[in-house]
Design a protein around this ligand. Structure first.
Ligand code: AMP
Ligand code: GLY
Length: 426
């Protein structure tokens, strides 16, 4: 079958490599892709949210499956666009309906869903412009640190954690009254702060049955020892060493099952990935957030550990056979280290020549912000490359990733040298 991937990051390059290896995949396209994806797929200059252009392309190329990488098209209803169009209804879209995507598109919706289904999460209340003074009063009843979350999508920047009550109250006013995050902060969720260690659990579901994919831990801050600004993600490790069988059992019973049962009982159509952001607090799992897609860079460590062909797994979301599918996971560990442009996540320059990727032999080089121009590989984004390796344990995998990085050069390149270090001491 012909398959189209939507997106342009390292996550989508990892999907492209995996799908390209499937004997069931004939032509593979990616819209818009990047400088690396064109080795395994055909890049197509269409935005993932330009639904009419996607329709024309899907019909022209007889595409039977669309794998959606980022949240934007999902929250904008790409699934519903396809199923409600007679000419497109046969196409298998891997991703939730717009209703399902609200689990990521609205923090308040996600919190209410968790409360309805008794899924452990931080206590919260939500406020609007009209109730901003109640919000400030609510903050004064809470203990520091204060967690404020813009309800809508804010490009990963909508969560603010502050130590000082007056600053938190001022921030709440900025979000609600001054629309700091635009539409996204017309509502704000204020949450109890949870102290613990974070990890992510990924689930593939057809809305009834599910498969739990490998866990991963990502490293969000730009600076070593988790300091500095938040980024899209600077590295990841899979599996998460502290997520042992007993802890995974708790996650499955208390979180995964009620989430999938909740989707089903509420009639929410969902044929895709649920990315559950978790925090382990005194041995117990709590949900920090839902995402309705795979993570980036987590995908770059999760997919390389999946030995099974993804295409039959994806097809099974449409023919009710997910439960019968085999999901084979390698016991090896995977790590990825992200190389970014100097200055990221603030201002950075693009167009720097990247050399050395072809001499990497021990790792997979997933491209994110790259482009090919007249045969030269150039930087084209903040996160440039994700260097993934497999090893008997994550320390061995990391050694390989760092060795491979030493062969790759571009002006201003930066990466964290401490990925996984926190895990050794646990
Ligand atoms: P989110 O966008 O909801 O994943 O939040 C971004 C980050 O903020 C999370 O990865 C956590 O590190 C942190 N965070 C969010 N909610 C809480 C909470 N209730 N307690 C502690 N940290 C939180
Ligand atoms: N790495 C976190 C995310 O994809 O949201």
């Amino acid at each position: 079958m012909n398959i189209l991937i939507l997106g342009s990051g390292g996550r989508e390059h990892a999907f492209a490599v995996k799908l390209h290896s499937s004997p069931l995949c004939d032509q593979l396209y990616i819209a818009p892709g990047n400088g690396g994806t064109q080795h395994v797929a055909t890049n197509v200059a269409i935005s993932p949210t330009d639904f009419p252009a996607l329709k024309a392309f899907v019909l022209e190329k007889e595409i039977a499956m669309v794998v959606v990488g980022p949240e934007d098209p999902l929250v904008k209803g790409v699934y519903d666009f396809f199923v409600s169009d007679k000419e497109l209804a046969h196409v298998q879209v891997i991703g939730p309906s717009q209703h399902g995507a609200t689990l990521e598109g609205s923090k308040e919706f996600a919190k209410e869903f968790m409360v309805r289904h008794n899924i452990p999460t931080a206590k919260y209340a939500s406020f609007t412009k009209e109730t901003v003074e109640e919000g400030c009063a609510f903050l004064s009843t809470m203990k520091a640190p204060y967690v404020l979350k813009a309800d809508g999508l804010a490009a990963g920047k909508g969560v603010v954690i502050l130590e000082d009550l007056h600053e938190a109250q001022a921030e709440l006013r900025r979000m609600l009254i001054d629309a700091k995050f635009g539409q996204a902060s017309t509502k704000v969720v204020i949450e109890e702060f949870l102290k613990g260690i974070e990890l992510s659990c990924f689930v593939l579901t057809d809305g009834v049955d599910y498969k739990i994919l490998p866990t991963a831990k990502d490293y969000k801050r730009i600076g070593e020892a988790d300091t500095g600004l938040n980024t899209g993600g600077m590295g990841a490790v899979s599996p998460v060493p502290f997520a042992d069988a007993a802890f995974m059992q708790k996650i499955e019973e208390r979180i995964v099952k009620p989430t999938i049962n909740g989707l089903q009982s509420e009639g929410i159509v969902y044929k895709g990935f649920v990315f559950i952001g978790l925090i382990k607090v005194e041995g117990e799992p709590y949900v920090i957030e839902y995402n309705v897609r795979m993570g980036d860079p987590e995908t770059e460590v999760v997919l390389p550990r999946i030995e099974s062909d993804l295409v039959p797994l994806f097809q099974s979301l449409y023919n009710g056979t997910l439960a019968a599918q085999e999901l084979k996971i390698t016991p090896e560990s995977a790590t990825t280290v992200v190389m970014v442009s100097g200055g990221y996540p603030e201002e950075y320059e693009k167009g720097k020549v990247i050399t050395g990727t072809e001499s990497v032999t021990d790792s997979m080089v997933y491209h994110a912000g790259t482009t090919l121009k007249e045969g030269a590989l150039l930087t084209a984004g903040g996160r440039v490359l994700a260097i993934t390796s497999l090893g008997a344990d994550f320390q061995q995998a990391l050694q390989k990733s760092y060795h491979s990085i030493s062969k790759i050069h571009f002006e201003g390149a930066y990466y964290r040298r401490d990925i996984g270090k926190d895990l050794s001491s646990l």
